[in-house]
Design a binder for this molecule. Sequence first.
Ligand code: RBF
Length: 175
Amino acid sequence: MKKNSAVRIATIGIMSALATGLMFLEFPIFPSVNFLKFDPSDILPLLAGFIFGPIDGILVLLIKDILFFLLKSGDIVGIAMNFAAGASFLLPAIYIYRIRKNRAFEIIGYVVGVVVVAGVMTVLNMIVVPLYWKIPLQETLKYLPIIAAFNAIKFSIDAVVTSLIRERIARIFEN
Ligand code: RBF
């Protein structure tokens, strides 16, 4: 699919703005780790990745995070973690889908993406949380299963929603 670059750039802008808006809906899933927040904004970078490719997906994710940092959070650590999570889900999902663009590879991509994001973010949190909250690693280890579960739940929800709407959205860009 060759895409008109004006349409591509405009779509990236609209998707980034929509994603920023969706990120304002953030709320914690587990009260004990209230710095881990769910929001559905990563669906838009994922859709951009499916339609235009992984670089554009990462671009929507990056613009969303920069805008949210400037408009609301002001917390560089949280934004960096949000970006790391979005990217470690998006990249495996999109690269696997691009091997064969069919339903089976789409689903394998989601599953691998969820496994990768849960693994990567659990390790990253073991490094960042002791520094961020100044609590010993020993203490942080107690939260390891909740951190893995949080990321698995968050990105499974994103995967299910995306799988339901991806084709309808992608069709808009066909021709
Ligand atoms: N977001 C995730 O999706 N997965 C994570 O594992 C994750 N770890 C975080 C760890 C810390 C210490 C902070 C401050 C944030 C983390 N975030 C993570 C981002 C968080 O859920 C939220 O999106 C941002 O803080 C923006 O409000």
